[in-house]
Each structure stands twice: as structure tokens, then as C-alpha cells.
Design a protein around this ligand. Sequence first.
Ligand code: ADP
Ligand code: 5GP
Length: 202
Amino acid sequence: MKKKGLLIVVSGPSGVGKGTICKEYLSQYENCALSVSATTRSPREGEVDGVNYFFISHEEFRKKIDAGGFLEHAVFCDNYYGTPKDAVMEKLEEGKNVILEIEVQGALQVRSHYPEAVFVFVIPPSMEELESRLRGRGTESEDVIAKRLERAKAEFKYIDKYNYILVNDTVSEAVDRLSNIIKAEDCVMARNYKFIEEEFIK
Ligand code: ADP
Ligand code: 5GP
């Protein structure tokens, strides 16, 4: 039974653990890929171009927008971020699930072009825990942390645009929940009806 892959959009405030959960999920489940975004922000220590992000200049980013190369793009805390379209579409056509780990404005754009995607919003156990994770990561200066916490408050207002919330209390429980969401979505009638009709009804 040849089916298109699922597009899974994972959002949530900076520092909540999206990257950690997705990385762990991908290490356990093979038929899934993480989309590599383009960004104008500078690489953090240890980040590799083409693996964590495609680190590009503002000019290159603008050119790619003009060429229609992004599925979605947004500005987040003074930098551009965007999902390269072709790579995602190819994988979905091959039947592979694809995770987009993106912020809210981009997720809303995906929702309008690709409503069959699954939208998951990751929340921390509390705001105190979010702040402590963001600070504990040690990758941002205090003023960037403050901006990201402000942005987190704004992002929570869009939580009702998502299909699922995923509490990141422990990583293993959060990964199990994500896996359950994806397994259940794969069984949704509308996603399978074409096959059912061809095989059993026509
Ligand atoms: P995001 O991708 O959402 O910005 P990260 O995955 O970088 O967040 O996680 C932010 C920090 O929180 C990292 O230092 C990570 O190790 C830590 N972290 C992630 N999930 C948990 C968890 N369930 N419990 C405690 N710390 C966590
Ligand atoms: P970071 O700088 O911490 O890697 O990412 C900052 C924010 O940008 C996170 O919320 C992350 O999910 C989001 N992000 C990463 N890539 C993309 C993308 O391609 N598009 C959009 N809209 N947001 C992205």
C-alpha cells in the first residue's frame, strides 16, 4: 500500500526541548526525516552547516524567497528561518514521514498550504522549568534569552491552532507520546480511504 508520508509540524517555545525530542524520536524510528531549515542566524558551537541548518546570508535567503524555494519562512528574534520546499515534498512523495521543527508563524503558513499536516505544540511542565532549560542550554546571551521568553509568551497564544499538545516532562515520555500521535494519525480514515476504496470497495 503506497501512501504519502505524514508531514508533522512541531512547535513550542525556545528551550522547551523540541530538538531533543525530535532527535531521540528519529534515532528510534526509521521511516521519518527531519527537515533541515535555512537560517541567517550564526551557528552555535558544534552546529554543522547542512546538518543542523543551512547557514546562509540575508541576501541568499531573500533570493530563495523570491525563487519560491521555501514551503514557509518567518523571522524569529531578528533572524530569518525557512523550510526548503523541494526536499520535504520529495520525501513525502517517497512515503517518508517528515518533521518540521518550526516556530508558530511558519506553522500557520504550512497549515494554510498543507492542512493535512499534523500540528504538535510542545509545552514545558512550567514557565520556571522553561526558563531554566533555556538558560541551562548555555547557548544564548541574557538579552537573547529575554527576547526568546517574550516570544514564548506570544507563541502560546496560538496553541489552539495545533492538533496536539505534547508535555515535555521527561524526554522518554515525550518521545513515546509523539510516537503514539504519529501512529494514530497514520490510521486516520481520511488518510487511508483511497487505498481502502481501491482495494475493498470499487
Ligand atoms: P528547543 O529545541 O525547543 O529550543 P532543546 O532541545 O535545545 O530545546 O532543549 C533545551 C535544553 O533543555 C537542552 O539543554 C536540553 O538538554 C534540555 N532538555 C530538553 N528536554 C528536557 C527534559 N525533558 N528535561 C530536562 N531537560 C530537558
Ligand atoms: P533556534 O535559533 O533555537 O535554532 O530556532 C529558533 C526558532 O526557530 C525555534 O522555534 C525553531 O523551531 C524555529 N525554526 C527553526 N527552523 C525554522 C524554519 O525553517 N521555519 C520557521 N518558521 N521556524 C524555524
